[in-house]
Design a protein around this ligand. Structure first.
Ligand SMILES: [Zn+2]
Length: 133
């Protein structure tokens, strides 16, 4: 299995692939994994992994960033519904909007700042859409 060398952006420690129950306890799904900071739980930073490759989906996130990414995902999904976009169209919009390469256009890679930018951009499109309707 390919293992990624992942460093925690908060404390600099290495992050390791660990079963999700380390973090989520009984709520973890069977066979689910996370990249977790080696200083967890003192350092509350982790990120989900791709189901097949088990490589990290993005950068490790603490509680605040995890929450922001959830809000950003929610806004992005709402945008897709409002504008009746396919997923790939929404990601093309995301890339163009923020001049991102395809591999950068993932909310799991976003900082708090980028999440805020995305949420604001989605709200702007929604507002325009409502005016046009
Ligand atoms: Zn850490």
């Amino acid at each position: 299995m390919k293992r990624a060398y992942v460093k925690c952006p908060y404390c600099g420690a290495q992050a390791m692939l660990r079963p999700a129950h380390v973090v989520h306890g009984d709520q973890a799904k069977q066979g689910q994994y996370l990249y977790v900071c080696n200083r967890y739980p003192k350092c509350d930073a982790y990120v989900g992994v791709h189901a097949k490759s088990l490589l990290p989906l993005g950068t490790l996130a603490n509680g605040d960033l995890r929450y922001k990414r959830i809000l950003a995902h929610r806004a992005f999904e709402q945008l897709q519904r409002t504008c009746k976009m396919e997923k790939w169209q929404a990601y093309q919009w995301l890339q163009a909007k923020f001049s991102l390469r395809r591999d950068q256009a993932h909310i799991a890679k976003f900082s708090v700042y980028m999440c805020d930018q995305l949420i604001a951009a989605c709200e702007e499109v929604e507002a325009n859409h409502r005016r046009a309707a």
